[in-house]
Design a protein around this ligand. Structure first.
Ligand SMILES: C[S@@+](CC[C@H](N)C(=O)[O-])C[C@H]1O[C@@H](n2cnc3c(N)ncnc32)[C@H](O)[C@@H]1O
Length: 377
């Protein structure tokens, strides 16, 4: 889910980068199933939930604070109510089915065209505009490399052509329709990133840092909004960084990609005027998020701004939507999703020392959820 960099439209249409009919059709069926189910069938499930007498008390009894155990108990009750509806159960079956099948169908589809994709994901000829600094000495945190995130076989680095899988197979044929995790049917997750960048309050920035960048998607969005800003992006995954670097070079956008832990960027104190984090918090334990906030504070100059987008907190969504979000933890390789939605990032940022902290949603179901903050002058 990290390679969805919008390609030059001519490249996306190029016959040489297409899948075979079998590969394309198999994925398109999944995209259609997920979009239909996550809209029409989920709506039936939502209506059944809202009509259930036990659901009415849930809103009143939602935990008022970021208390993980209280939220888990409450979510257990809410999940029981949702599970009474056959529509909920079948919609969740479709979610899980699609989540597994995108790899079972997508990887063979990419393999059928391995040569063309290997050729595409090579560095373009000519001088480079950005840099890639891989550093195998950066330790992989314990929580990180044992997980098959989003059910991706082998985790973030588990398949050498994940770049092609997301950019040319699962991205355009399945994810493009939305309808998974916090993303609603019809949402454009690339446009989300640009909207998030626009939440940075100043009209221009000099140096922008993105920890947990995955590939190039969010930096591409930042570049579209702040074309003059110098961009530095880091991640732990060598594969994602390498693909990100290639994509940035293909689009001639200068980005310095570095293999770093978000908690230890090795950047000088006060060296950036903006930090952006997109879809990072829910991929880390809450303790690691706190350390990442401290690190962002350290590298921001006084008056510098932070913007974060992640799934919404349970407190900001309906009980039914909370059940839908909570489902991710057990069913889509998202061990920290529930803890992240139970947390209060705004309060955590104030604890670190940030000021002018606010949080709000850009979409109807709480997503994209924004948390903004500034380092005091
Ligand atoms: C869902 S992806 C989001 C990527 C990117 N921000 C985007 O907008 O597409 C989460 C990323 O967080 C990275 N990550 C998780 N823990 C990290 C850590 N401690 N330091 C740096 N990156 C980390 C993963 O490698 C993965 O690329």
């Amino acid at each position: 889910m990290t390679f969805l960099t919008r390609l030059d439209p001519s490249e996306q249409r190029t016959k040489d980068l297409s899948l075979t009919q079998r590969g394309r059709a198999g994925l398109e069926a999944l995209g259609a199933l997920q979009a239909f189910s996550a809209s029409s069938v989920r709506q039936l499930a939502r209506e059944a939930f809202d009509a259930d007498a036990d659901a009415r008390t849930l809103s009143d009894e939602a935990p008022g604070v970021a208390d993980k155990s209280a939220w888990r108990r409450w979510l257990g009750r809410a999940g029981d109510v949702a599970g009474r509806s056959p529509a909920y159960r079948v919609e969740r079956f479709h979610q899980r089915y699609v989540a597994e099948e995108v790899y079972r169908r997508g990887i063979p589809a990419v393999e059928e065209r391995r040569e063309q994709f290997e050729a595409f994901f090579r560095m373009p000829d000519g001088p480079t505009v950005g840099t890639l600094e891989l550093d195998p000495s950066v330790p992989m945190p314990k929580y990180y490399d044992k997980v098959e995130w989003h059910l991706e076989p082998g985790g973030w680095d588990g398949y050498d052509l994940y770049g092609a899988l997301f950019a040319f197979a699962v991205g355009p044929h399945v994810f493009r329709h939305g309808g998974y995790a916090a993303v609603e049917v019809g949402d454009d997750i690339l446009e989300h990133r640009a909207e998030v960048a626009r939440q940075l309050p100043k009209r221009s920035y000099r140096r922008v840092y993105e920890p947990g960048c995955g590939g190039f998607s969010t930096m591409a969005a930042v570049h579209s909004v702040f074309p003059d800003a110098e961009l530095v992006a880091s991640d732990l995954s060598p594969l994602l960084l390498t693909v990100g670097h290639i994509m940035a070079e293909k689009q001639a956008v200068p980005v310095q990609f570095k293999q770093r832990d978000a908690r230890d960027t090795r950047e000088p104190d006060a060296s950036f005027d903006a930090v952006i984090m997109f879809a990072l918090m829910h991929e880390m334990p809450v303790d690691a998020v706190r350390d990442t906030f401290r690190e962002a504070y350290r590298i921001l100059e006084p008056g510098g701004d932070l913007v974060i987008s992640d799934p919404p907190p349970f407190r900001a969504v309906s009980p039914f939507q909370a059940v839908v979000l909570n489902w991710e933890t057990r069913h889509r390789g998202e061990p920290f999703f529930t803890d992240a939605c139970a947390a209060d990032w705004a309060a955590e940022l104030r604890d670190v020392g940030f000021v002018d902290v606010d949080d709000y949603s850009l979409g109807e179901q709480g997503y994209p959820w924004i948390t903004r903050a500034t380092k005091p002058r």
